[in-house]
Write a protein that binds this ligand. Sequence first.
Ligand code: GLN
Length: 207
Amino acid sequence: MSSSPTIGVLAIQGDVREHSKRLAESGAVVRAVKLHSDLAGISGLVIPGGESTTMSILAERNHLLEPLRELSKEIPMYGSCAGLIMLADVVTDGRVDQPTIGGLHITAQRNAFGRQRDSFEIDLDIAALGSPAFHAIFIRAPLVTRVSPAVQVLATIREPVAFGDTHSHDERVVAVRQGNLLATSFHPELTSDLRFHQYFVEMVRSA
Ligand code: GLN
């Protein structure tokens, strides 16, 4: 694999520009993917954050869903936020018939943090990235509520929960990898920390 792999960014809806910038800064040649023909020759694909319901409708309309399903078995893909939802096998709290690319054996619950915590930022310890902690930005983010044994959990967030009078914490899954598929509930493209994009570019290089 060349040291500057060509990586597509699904460019039908969402924060395409931010991902493109971070990928280029991480050493990739970036291609905007709008049509089936744009998929030829890419070595990896990023599915940006945005609105998964709209993204899936437009992907279906552009006849991209089936080709993307096939391609996800061949090249690395990385989905952030709405992109995580697009890669999930099962989506809860979605549009009734919301189609996804799938392939990632997880259940993604849309807008899982509720109104009070619509958007928030938090520092996450992510062993795969080393230190320091990664500053993660969540915007109407999904949670991974179920993972199959094939899925490696990369990051969790500790949520306070109350049991009667006692208080405890639940670990909630917010970043996963399964072979060539990578997904985060949050938006690394909105920070200048390139480690997640570099991690993905490395996955593409070694695929
Ligand atoms: N809530 C959005 C959805 O369901 C995801 C939000 C995001 O990508 N920032 O698609």
